[in-house]
Design a protein around this ligand. Structure first.
Ligand code: 6LW
Length: 505
């Protein structure tokens, strides 16, 4: 039997929302403080996803830099729908401006400038009645419904409170669907951490009265030892064969008690069936499931190397807070990514950084860098207060760890002028006990981040430093994002000839 592996979109890709148009599925995720904003994916089978672009990909769609933006602020929980021949994405910029809607004829864009909508709270959703009446749900902090004009953003009625779950904390992430003779209201509750759950209610009209499912919550990993935890924030979709599916977020904690997760909240897929009373039965999320029937469209593995020979940066390259013109170039000289420092430290917003999500627990990233007279390198980051940096400049390479209020240089090695290869390897096994006294005890996990100047494959090669991955986990740093590995400049201009990222066995 054909199977698929979860997560279907690994790495920090939370709050997935999906729609189907014919045989094609489109999915968007939250992007928080990173730009470009709202990654948009395409699939023909719900399992294999390719990033088409980003919904908010040009100045003018967002106030940039996101004013006052700090880690895990910015863009939260979009919903994507296709109605009347147009794609619509509704989302919240929690840093400035609140709720807004953008539209496009084609998912590749161009997406419109945002239309502001005065909805309360976060996690907005869109649904239409057959006569064209448009409903927007949002979380404020309970679930509210408003009747809106999606073209002008005008609120025509409401907001009024509606069904808000079974009493678990943080009812949020509403999605309203017309299915058969019922309206269903799917929500998340329990908080986005280990208590996360999905619950559902139904009514004959969006105005209620709502009746909760007897089996609520219909999905939760809470209190289990399943490898996928924190499951919630689901969105439903049907396949052309009539089968039902839920995309949702989950985490993959690792290590000894307590567990840590380092890749953020990822996008998972799980099958849904309906019981005889018309309630959905959501399969607990596993690492592997029987695949959807029908179409099957595997994609080639993404290239390991980006040579920076294209005229544009690929859509998976993201930057925290802003990527101002003048801070980066693919043409000066051509075939390289040149980064020019906009701030002197990775410890505060306003620095120059271009990275990609770490998507695998075991992986390797390398760059060929010419620091010239500048300073820059390769960094694994969760936010400004949690990052490990392998940095070249002023005739040396050094490893710097920033963990909360602490910043320490762990290793230095003199190097001759000219290009260098810097490598970071991440391995699941924690080889570094937190202190010598604990050597030989259980691995504390979740992983080890090693920084190399020498080729790790050379026999006898040793890393400059090995760091405990727990400090780059959500459990330590808090927040809604995950690890990003990237190139940066903190002084002058630094040129990158290529960047390699590969999952390792
Ligand atoms: C999002 C909320 C949530 O707005 O976390 O897991 C918040 N769910 O619905 C940020 O992702």
């Amino acid at each position: 039997m054909r199977t698929y592996d979860n997560p279907v979109i690994p790495g920090f890709h939370p709050d997935p929302s999906v729609c189907r148009v014919g045989d094609d599925y489109y999915l968007v995720c939250s992007s928080f403080e990173y730009v470009p904003g709202l990654p948009l994916f395409h699939s023909r089978d719900l399992v294999h996803w390719r990033q088409l672009g980003n919904v908010l990909d040009r100045p003018g769609q967002l106030p940039l830099p996101l004013p006052g933006s700090t880690a895990s602020r910015g863009l939260y929980a979009p919903t994507i729908r296709h109605h009347d021949g147009r794609f619509r994405v509704i989302c919240t910029n929690v840093t400035s401006g609140g709720n807004f809607l953008v539209t496009a004829e084609r998912p590749e864009g161009p997406w419109s400038d945002p239309v502001r909508i005065d909805l309360p709270g976060i996690d907005p959703d869109l649904a239409w009645e057959e006569d064209g009446t448009c409903w927007a749900a949002s979380t404020a902090p309970d679930i509210h419904l408003s009747r809106i004009d999606p073209d002008t953003g005008e609120v025509l009625e409401g907001p009024f409170p509606t069904w808000s779950g079974t009493g678990l904390k943080w009812p949020e992430a509403p999605h309203l669907y017309r299915i058969g003779d019922w309206w269903y209201l799917l929500i998340a509750e329990g908080g986005t951490e280990r208590g996360h759950a999905v619950s559902i209610a139904r009514a004959r009209s969006p105005r209620g009265p709502w009746e909760g499912a007897p089996a609520n919550p219909v999905l939760s990993a809470s209190g289990t030892d399943r490898p996928v935890q924190s499951t919630g924030h689901g969105d439903l979709v049907t396949a052309p064969d009539g089968s039902w599916w839920m995309v949702l977020l989950g985490t993959r904690p690792r290590g000894f008690s307590p567990n840590y997760h380092v890749l953020g909240r990822e996008t998972f897929l799980t099958p849904v069936t309906w019981d005889e009373d018309g309630w959905p039965v959501v399969a607990p999320v596993a690492g592997r499931h029987p695949a959807p029937g029908g179409a099957w469209h595997p994609l080639p593995a993404p290239p390991v190397r980006d040579d920076f020979d294209s005229p544009e940066l690929a859509p998976h390259w993201i930057s925290p807070h802003a990527r101002p013109a003048g801070s980066w170039s693919l043409t000066d000289p051509p075939g390289r990514l040149s980064l020019t420092a906009t701030g002197p430290t990775l410890d505060r917003p306003g620095h120059t950084f271009v990275g990609r999500r770490q998507q695998h627990h075991d992986c390797r990233a390398s760059v060929r860098i010419d620091p010239g007279t500048g300073r820059g390198g390769l960094s694994v980051r969760l936010d400004e207060a949690h990052h490990y940096d392998l940095e070249a400049g002023a005739g040396e390479v050094r490893v710097v760890a920033r963990i909360g209020p602490l910043r320490q240089t762990l290793a230095r090695r003199p190097v001759p002028p000219g290009p260098l290869t810097l490598t970071v390897t991440v391995r699941t096994t924690d080889l570094v006990p937190p202190s010598p006294e604990l050597a030989g005890t259980e691995p504390f996990g979740p992983d080890t981040v090693a920084c190399w100047l020498d080729d790790p494959d050379t026999p006898g090669a040793r890393p400059l430093a090995e760091l405990d991955g727990r400090y780059l986990s959500t459990e330590v740093a808090a927040g809604f994002t995950g690890r990003v590995i990237g190139m940066y400049a903190t002084e002058g201009t630094v040129a990158f000839d290529w960047f390699d990222y590969l999952p390792t066995p």
